[in-house]
Design a protein around this ligand. Structure first.
Ligand SMILES: [Zn+2]
Length: 301
């Protein structure tokens, strides 16, 4: 009898040693979305997107959009960067059909951690797919955690001034689930440290105060760039193209160029929230521009 079809099976957790730290990337969830264009490069002819997709052997019409939090064990503290989608799809009517169920907690379990083990939750920015796993049923998911927010990011969503139409619900959500955590939170400026070896880097643009985090241990360096680039081909090879989910389009372009240049020049490993799993790569620079080079075995040696 022929073997029965078993369906997709793909890795969802990936852990490696990084100097004195251990770092893991976790696939919270993923969705397939329609139409790279006009969500990306909407100000340009669709044909340019089709040519770019063809050159990179990807589908021009459909793309996979993963959500990949990172957890760093410094040996003293377990630090989680972003919380994925959590129960938003079930709890918030407005996000139904847009976001998948978050599976971060189940997959933290595969890594040997319970929610109670998380000492610090760092929120890179206030968009739903990053704050969604902070609470479930109105209760904090990480009972022992302290929180870290970028000061400018927290302030923007809390004040609620100049929030563009497409982010009005996002603002309500932030006020509902993130603002009440303020009394257990620290608010960082670029350059501030979360813990020794973990430093905030300004990456504003995609969100008003988006923060990337530079991780350094035992002479190794990695940048958690969060949503600096949200597609491994389009945003990296065409950083100047506008992206509809960027809150400040021009600033996002300038930030992408600056961070890509820094990553290539300094040879940083990158952990990207929306890069193909395991969301780890390096940036190569050539005359043609920048390119995402997925990590092979460099982190395993
Ligand atoms: Zn995101």
């Amino acid at each position: 009898m022929p073997a029965s079809m078993q369906g997709e099976m793909q890795p969802a957790v990936y852990r490696f040693k990084f100097g004195d730290f251990e770092i893991a990337n976790i696939m919270d969830s993923k969705v397939v979305r329609e139409g790279l264009h006009p969500s990306f490069g909407g100000e340009r002819p669709a044909e340019e997107m089709h040519a770019l997709a063809r050159d990179n052997r990807i589908d021009p019409q459909r793309y996979e959009h993963p959500f990949i939090p990172t957890v760093v064990n410094t040996g003293k503290e377990l630090v989680l960067f972003d919380t994925g989608n959590g129960a938003l799809r079930r709890e918030r009517e407005q996000l139904r059909g847009r976001l998948p169920d978050g599976r971060l907690i189940e997959r933290l379990g595969e890594l040997g951690y319970t929610p109670a083990d998380v000492d610090v939750v760092v929120i890179t920015h206030g968009h739903p797919d990053h704050i969604g796993g902070l609470t479930e049923g109105g209760q904090p998911v990480f009972p022992n955690a302290r929180y870290v927010f970028g000061a400018a990011e927290f302030d923007f969503w809390k004040r609620g001034e100049n929030v563009r139409e497409a982010r009005k619900f996002n603002r309500e959500l932030f006020v509902d689930i993130a603002v009440p955590l303020a009394d257990r939170a620290r608010f960082l400026k670029p350059g501030d440290e979360v813990a020794p070896g973990i430093r905030a880097v300004d990456a504003a643009g995609h969100a008003p105060g988006l923060m990337a985090y530079h991780i350094e241990s035992g002479g190794k360096r990695l940048l958690i760039w969060a949503d600096t680039c949200i597609h491994y081909v389009v945003a990296v090879q065409r950083p100047e193209w506008h992206i509809d989910v960027d809150d400040d389009k021009d600033k996002a372009v300038a930030t992408r160029k600056r961070i890509l240049d820094m990553a290539a020049t300094e040879g940083l490993f990158i952990a990207g929230f929306h890069m193909p799993f395991p969301g780890l790569g390096l940036i190569e620079k050539s005359a043609a521009g920048h390119r995402w080079v997925p990590v092979g075995y460099q982190l395993n040696l």
